[in-house]
Unconditional design. Structure first.
Length: 160
């Protein structure tokens, strides 16, 4: 009978090990999620402009036909004009800014909303898969040039 008792003891220790492995599974999933987010964000080259405040005293110029579409944490600018814009600040909601190197006439570009920041260095709440807070709406977009602020046409694509 000692062999049966030994088999029973081995079976019980196997079950304990299995339970311990299952109990540590949420911790393992959390660590993997954190590592994947850190690795995914490490490769991004963000151009945040900390300390830059909205130019309330700048001249307001006529709006132009550059459409701004938001799709989740990304914004797409579609330039319907015959003018190209180079090295400008793109302002969102009179608070968040990011420098854009170039927007060609008749072209479009996509920009991550995570790359916008305010004067305190806070990033735009763009939402996304692992976001814990409600995304901030995009209500206003402007190009800042040496002459002043140019309004863009923000298009809301509400889905039921």
């Amino acid at each position: 009978m000692p062999v049966i008792r030994q088999d029973l003891t081995a079976h019980q220790s196997d079950r304990r090990a299995l339970r311990a492995g299952i109990a540590s599974l949420p911790v393992l999933i959390g660590v993997l999620a954190f590592v994947s987010v850190e690795v995914g964000c490490a490769g991004k080259s963000t151009q945040l402009h900390e300390g830059q405040s909205y130019p309330y005293t700048a001249d307001l110029l006529n709006p132009i036909e550059v459409m701004v579409y938001r799709e989740g944490p990304t914004v797409e600018l579609v330039n319907h004009t015959v003018h190209s814009y180079k090295d400008f600040n793109l302002w969102i909601n009179e608070r968040y800014v990011r420098q854009i190197p170039r927007l060609e006439a008749g072209a479009s570009i996509s920009v991550s909303l995570h790359e916008f920041s305010d004067e305190h260095g806070e990033a735009f709440r763009a939402g996304g898969l692992l976001s814990t807070r409600k995304p901030e709406p995009l209500t206003k977009a402007e190009i800042e040039t040496d002459e002043g602020l140019i309004g863009l046409l923000v298009v809301r694509l509400d889905r039921p």
